[in-house]
Design a protein around this ligand. Structure first.
Ligand SMILES: [Zn+2]
Ligand SMILES: [Zn+2]
Length: 165
């Protein structure tokens, strides 16, 4: 029987492949006109429309933590931990959207994550390219896991690409 912290740890790890699939098939799919704000302004130091998508998992985890027993609360804590880890590696280290201590940015693991994430941005604001994971991006890239899942370029209708703030 897993304890609450064990459930949180399993959730944290399991969310990386889940998030890679969501990033490919939802963000670079039906929600592209929300996600495009990140591809258009990857280093923005203000909130862009794409950032607001984090509200969904955070609202879900707040509900799990406040209403659930130890197991569900563990899932909620795992979600919060994953969102924080993602924002650190992706927005902080890879894109420099906020200050991250130099010793963290210089860690070879984080440098590799940043380099492989930049491959996702090579299409500019016209669409994301493989890899779609962040922490698993080096594995995804090296093993060509997603090379056959390149999203189609989809222009957003005028007025829907505006960034918030
Ligand atoms: Zn990015
Ligand atoms: Zn993307």
């Amino acid at each position: 029987m897993l304890t609450g912290s064990g459930v949180a740890l399993v959730t944290l790890v399991a969310l990386e492949p889940v998030m890679a699939l969501v990033h490919r098939f939802v963000f670079n799919g039906p929600l592209w006109c929300w996600h495009e704000s990140h591809h258009e302004h990857p280093t923005a130091r203000r909130i862009v429309r794409n950032d607001l998508l984090w509200l969904w998992p955070l609202l879900g985890s707040a509900a799990l933590i406040s209403l659930g027993g130890p197991g569900l609360a563990g899932i909620g804590v795992g979600i919060v931990g994953y969102v924080a880890a993602y924002i650190l590696a992706h927005d902080g280290v890879a894109h420099g959207r906020f200050w991250v201590p130099m010793f963290v940015r210089r860690m070879s693991g984080f440098r590799l994550l940043a380099q492989t994430h930049h491959l996702h941005h090579r299409g500019g604001r016209h669409g994301g390219a493989p890899p779609f994971a962040v922490y698993a991006a080096p594995v995804e890239h090296t093993w060509h896991v997603s090379k056959n899942f390149v999203p189609a370029t989809k222009p957003c209708p005028p007025g829907r690409v505006r960034v918030a703030g």
